[in-house]
Design a binder for this molecule. Sequence first.
Ligand code: AGP
Length: 608
Amino acid sequence: MCGIVAYIGPKDATPFLLEGLARLEYRGYDSAGVAVAGRTGGIKVRKVKGRVADLAAAVPVRFKGGTGIGHTRWATHGVPSDANAHPHQDNAERIAVVHNGIIENADELRARLTAEGAVFRSETDTEVLAHLIAAHATEGVELEEAVRAALGKVVGTYGIAVLDAEQPDRIVVARNGSPIVLGIGEKEMFAASDVSALVRYTRQVVHLEDGELATVRADGFRTFTEDARTTHRQPSTVDWEIDSYDTGGYEHFLLKEIHEQPGSVERTLSGRLDERFATAHLGGLNLDARELREIRRVKILGCGSAYYAGEMGAQLIEELARIPAHSEPASEFRYRNPVIEADTLYIAVSQSGETYDTLAAVQEVKRKGGRVLGVVNTVGSAIARECDGGIYLHAGPEISVASTKAFTSTVIAFALLALHFGRIHDLSPADGRRIVAALKALPDQIREVLAQSDAIAGLAAEYADSEGMMFIGRVRGYPVAREGAQKLKEISYVHAEAYPASELKHGPLALISPELPTVALVPDDELLDKNLTTLGEIKARSGRVLAVAHRAPEAKLADHCILVPKSEPELDPLLLNIPLQLLAYHAAVALKRDVDKPRNLAKSVTVE
Ligand code: AGP
């Protein structure tokens, strides 16, 4: 949830640190800080409550040093404040630490260190690390040894970078549950929690494994385990384009990512459709047709929008493969001592591949002997590595906190999986061909929806000042309603509630009034008449209706309508969702919200 950067080399670290933090700010943005080992000795630290821009304004011109670390924070222990911002230091100000993750035994360590004379200046768990490392950094001890010894006393998750005023020729980094990636430059080295901070400087990277540390010097690095065994890591090349990390002329990352969807959908589909056998090829499943035939149930696990995408995925699997499928919040599943069945396939969904609750759910399934596939966007991420196989989305980096293109690509991945499953079971070749053709048509159909952005902006301005909004959909439309409501509340802060259209008259109809408009998903499918009846019931209670439909309902049933091209019924939810992304985006803009960095949130939720 926090962002970490580090630099060591012949240049001044500060410009890289500040630029890298700006690129990582989507991971957390309530405070930020940098530390450099000054050329004249000692460590200089600047940290502020607020954004990276506030930090940049607070850093003096003479804040220079060839070795430095930086951090952008999403508060877990202690409020956002200057004191709680990272880096944290020991009392002698010899050690500086930035940290992503949670130290679970921080209270116990804090009490012990306090008894030994440490004076704590923040409420954070991270400060424990600074004092603990300093306590081990006695005369003649190398920094990596001090860090290793300190981490041996720590319970919890961490990605850390450590600077030592007395050994400024190195930075020590370590990973356990929170990512750390090294970047290899020309006589300079970088480290970060995410490649997005590095791609302007190098494409050669090394992802640390959990339980691994590295000593990083200007001319190279050495990796080793917590028990001091040297590891040998080969660099890999980052293939995402640099412009994926810029807004590329759009006002916000979110708008850019919404508009990237025709291309990201093409990438998710690329090389995976087989027209001859009317199926999909998914090389990474690591399950052959015989093993797949033995699966009796599918359980999908994810959080937030990943969970809603999983609901659409479950629907696709049930419809195309006729295998019972269900999506559940990973954050709930992991705590309820779930029954793990041998003939159930578990599928973890995550854009970041870092979401702690989802990772913990995967580990719980695996610990009990279950088989887990991942539907993940970030290659090599913790969840991807923990799974037995899976499908990469190839949606490209998603920077805006609200998920859009990754959501859509997740549904596409499920459509491919459902098609593959279906064709192993009883889905006919004709139905397989119908789905293949519909998938191929999606990018152009998405373009058609995106072309309505200005009109949707007009509608968003009209509805944005409502006291709240109801989103309704039936069966396939219900996950669309849930995701639409989630997007609106997440970035516009307008209260939004999603209900199955069929459930409205069992309670929430009491809420309907002109002040609480309804966004209704009205696909032209076998449930059209039922949906139109529901619209009539809302209008009869003076409710305003914005329909998202294939055919405009009669004027007496809907005040406004956004028309969406028709796909095959199984894939319609995916297209019906796109205008809701634009509606949320334009409502947030109309309300002058911080669209890419909504309050209280962060992109990757790496805490419980
Ligand atoms: C999506 O708009 C949200 N920001 C959030 O619900 C997100 O989908 C969730 O936290 C899961 O993230 P993940 O896909 O990276 O695991």
